[in-house]
Design a protein around this ligand. Structure first.
Ligand SMILES: C[S@@+](CC[C@H](N)C(=O)[O-])C[C@H]1O[C@@H](n2cnc3c(N)ncnc32)[C@H](O)[C@@H]1O
Length: 370
C-alpha cells in the first residue's frame, strides 16, 4: 500500500447520514450497511460511528483503496467485511457472507481523490501520467490500449456517448494521426491533442477541454455504466422493507441510470383500467429526494470536487401493502409529479424534501472536478 496522498472529503456526508439513519436504527436487531464504493471509507466510518449496532459490507474494485480503508476502519474491525469486488457482483458477495437482506446501501460513484491525485494512474488531465485509468489495476484494459487500438469509429462513439463530446470525431482523428507517428502513452500528450482539436471559441466554455474525453475513457476502461445498470437493481432487490439506498452521481449519465431505475420501481405496475389495485402491483420504492439534490455552495467552496455531485435516495416499501382503491391514486399515475429538476419521472416523492436541487441551482453541470 502506497502512502496516503491527501484525503478524500466525503461528499454530502451529513445528508447521507440523515437519509440512511431511519433504515439503520432498528431497536430490535443488528442492521447491515453496504458501502458499494468504499473508497477511503469516509462515509463508512461515519456510518459505523453513528450506528454502533450496524455491520458494514464494504466493496471496492481498487485494492489500494481497500488497504487504506482497512486501516481507517480498524476501530470497527469486529463489524466490518471488506471485499475486493466490482459492485455488480453485489448479489454473490452478499450470498457468500450469508446476508439475505440488507438495510442500507450507498453508491458514491466515480473516482476518489486517492485515484485522481495518484501520480501514476492517469485519471487526471491536469498532471502527466501513463494512460492507465483502471480503478482495479489487477485486471482489464488500460486507457492506453483504448486510444492505441480502437478504430476511429469506436473512439468517436466512446467520446460522444460517454463524454457527450461535440467534437468527438475531430478528437478521434487527432488520436489516430498521432498514434500513426508514435504510440500514445501520456495523459499530458492526450490532453494537449484534445485541446488542439477543439475550436478556440469552444475551448473558452465548459471547463478544461480534455475533461469530457478523460471522463469518457475512464467510463469505457472501467465499464462503469454497465456495472451500475446491473448493481443498482441488485441493491434494491437486496433491501429489506424500510431499507434505504442513496446514490451520489458525478455526471449526467450515471444520474440518468439512477433516475430511471428508481422511477421504474416507484410506479404501480397493474393494468390502468382496473377499479382497484391488484395486490402486489403497487410500487416497491418510495422516492426520498425530489429530482436530484445538489451540495450547497458552502460545501462546494470547501470541496470543489463536490461541485458535480447529484444525490438521489429511495426507500424499499412493501407492494402488498398498497391495496388502496385507485380513486385518487389514479390521478397520480396520469399526472406524474414534476421533480425539482424540472424532470417528470412518473413517480411520487412522499417526504424528505431536498434542501438544494438541480433546479434551484439551474445546473446541468457534469464531469469530474479534475
Ligand atoms: C468517490 S470514491 C468513494 C469515496 C468514499 N465514499 C469515501 O468517503 O471515502 C469511489 C470509489 O468507488 C470505487 N468504485 C468505482 N466504481 C466501482 C465499481 N464498479 N465497483 C466497486 N468499486 C467501485 C472506486 O475505486 C473508488 O474507490
Amino acid at each position: 500500500m502506497g502512502e496516503l496522498r491527501g484525503t478524500h472529503v466525503p461528499v454530502l456526508l451529513e445528508r447521507c447520514l440523515e437519509l440512511l439513519a431511519p433504515a439503520l436504527d432498528r431497536p430490535d436487531r443488528t442492521t447491515v450497511y453496504v458501502d458499494a464504493t468504499l473508497g477511503l471509507a469516509g462515509h463508512a466510518a461515519a456510518v459505523l460511528a453513528a450506528h454502533p449496532r450496524t455491520v458494514l459490507v464494504g466493496l471496492d474494485r481498487d485494492t489500494e483503496a481497500l488497504a487504506h480503508a482497512r486501516v481507517r476502519l480498524a476501530p470497527y474491525a469486529d463489524r466490518v467485511h471488506l471485499v475486493h469486488a466490482v459492485y455488480d457482483e453485489l448479489t454473490e458477495v452478499l450470498a457468500r457472507l450469508g446476508y439475505a437482506e440488507v438495510d442500507a446501501v450507498l453508491f458514491d460513484l466515480g473516482v476518489s481523490s486517492l485515484q485522481l491525485d495518484a501520480p501514476d494512474r492517469g485519471f487526471a488531465y491536469a498532471r502527466d501520467a501513463p494512460l492507465d485509468m483502471r480503478m482495479d489495476q489487477t485486471t482489464g484494459i488500460t486507457a492506453e490500449e483504448v486510444v492505441n487500438t480502437y478504430s476511429h469509429g469506436d473512439l468517436a462513439r466512446v467520446l460522444r456517448v460517454y463524454g457527450e463530446e461535440r467534437f468527438a470525431s475531430r478528437i478521434a482523428s487527432a488520436i489516430v494521426r498521432e498514434r500513426q507517428r508514435a504510440r500514445l502513452t501520456s495523459s499530458a500528450r492526450l490532453a494537449e491533442l484534445v485541446r488542439q482539436s477543439i475550436p478556440a471559441p469552444a475551448r473558452r466554455t465548459g471547463g478544461h477541454p480534455a475533461k469530457r474525453t478523460f471522463q469518457a475513457l475512464r467510463i469505457e476502461v472501467n465499464r462503469e455504466l454497465a456495472a451500475l445498470e446491473t448493481a443498482l437493481p441488485a441493491a434494491l432487490d437486496a433491501l429489506s422493507v424500510g431499507g434505504r439506498v442513496v446514490v451520489l452521481s458525478y455526471h449526467s449519465l450515471e444520474d440518468r441510470i439512477t433516475k430511471q431505475v428508481f422511477a421504474s420501481r416507484a410506479r404501480r405496475t397493474g393494468p390502468i383500467d382496473l377499479p382497484v389495485e391488484l395486490p402486489g402491483s403497487g410500487p416497491t420504492l418510495r422516492l426520498l429526494s425530489r429530482g436530484a439534490e445538489l451540495p450547497g455552495e458552502a460545501e462546494v467552496a470547501a470541496n470543489p470536487r463536490a461541485a458535480s455531485a447529484r444525490l438521489r435516495a429511495a426507500e424499499r416499501i412493501d407492494p402488498t401493502d398498497d391495496r388502496t382503491p385507485t380513486t385518487g391514486r389514479r390521478a397520480d399515475r396520469e399526472r406524474p409529479g414534476r421533480t425539482a429538476a424540472g424532470e417528470s419521472d412518473g413517480s411520487e416523492v412522499t417526504h424528505d424534501p431536498p434542501r438544494s436541487s438541480a433546479d434551484d441551482r439551474g445546473s446541468t453541470r457534469q464531469g469530474e472536478g479534475t
